[in-house]
Unconditional design. Sequence first.
Length: 341
Amino acid sequence: MIKLTQYSHGAGCGCKISPKVLDTILGTSIQSAANKNLLVGNDSRDDAAVYDLGDGMALISTTDFFLPIVDDPYIFGKVAAANAISDVYAMGGKPLLAIAILGWPVNKIAPEIATKVMEGGREICKEAGIPLAGGHSIDNPEPIFGLAVTGKIDIPNLKKNSTARSGSKLYLTKPIGVGILATAQRQGKLKKEHQNIAPDSMMLLNKVGVELSKIKEITAMTDVTGFGLLGHLIEMCEGSGVSAVIDYDKVPIFPEAKAYLKEGSIPGGTNRNWDSYGHKLNLKNTEQKHILCDPQTSGGLLIAVEENATNQIEALLKQQNLISHSLGYLTEQNKELIKIF
C-alpha cells in the first residue's frame, strides 16, 4: 500500500508558511484598488474574502490546499476538502460550490491514486451539500490537494475574527494535538488503536458555523489551523484590540497527543509558529508551547461569545457532539496579550 506522506516534506497545515514569513511576503507599498463592496480583504488576517453583492447578501471566497497529512489517498482528499470548506463556515457562511486544486507527481505516483484523492474530496463536498464543479491540475514534485470554495452569507450574520469584545467567553469546538499525532505517524510511533483519532477529527465538517452565524451575541469567530491555537487567538486579539485569559486545564487536547509529545513527536511547524509569535507570550513550560502552538489541520472553530449567550452556545455545541465548555475569556487590552494559567 502506498504511503502518501513519504512524498511530502510537510504534513497538512503544518506546511503553511509561518506567520512571520507570511507578513514579509504580504508586505508591499503597492495599494490595492479601493472597492467599497469588499467587506473583508487582504488588510486583515481573516479566514476568507467577503464581497457585498448589494442585496443584503455577500459572497465568500477562499482557497486552501496542502501536502498529505495521512497515507490513505481517499482520507487525504476528505481532510483537505473539509479543511478548505471550513473557512466559509468560520465566517458563518453557507458553502455554494468548490473547485479542485491538484498537484501530482505523475511519474512517481499512479494517477489512479489521485482518483482516490479526488473521490475523497467529492465525498466531503457531497456531505457539505455542494458540487465539486471543476478545478485545475499540474504535474508537481509533491502531491498537493485542496479546494477553492465559494459561499454566501446574510451580511448581518457575517462573523469576523477582528470584532471580538472584552468580556466574551472563548470556546473551541475540536480538541487540539492533530499535528503531534500526524508527526507520530510519520515517525512510525503511532499505535494502531490511535490511527483514526486525528483523521476522524479532521474530516468532521465545521457545519455548526452556519447556525452560530445567526447568534448575534457571538462577537468573533475563526477556525484553528496551521498557526496553532495561540497563533489564531493572537490574530483575534490583535485584530480586535483585546487580550485573552486561558485556563490551560480547560483547553480541549487529545490526551494521546500529550503521550506522543513526551516521545518527541514535535512537528516542525510548532517551532516555526513559536519563532513567529513566541515573543508575545509568557508560557509556563515547554508542554504548553508544544501543545498550544501545535499546527492543526481542519481544526475546530474558535468562538468568542458574550456572557449572556453562553448557555445557548453550549446547548447548541452539545447537541452537535462538539466541545461545549469555555477555555477562557477576553479582557480589555493590556500589556500581556494572552495570559495562560
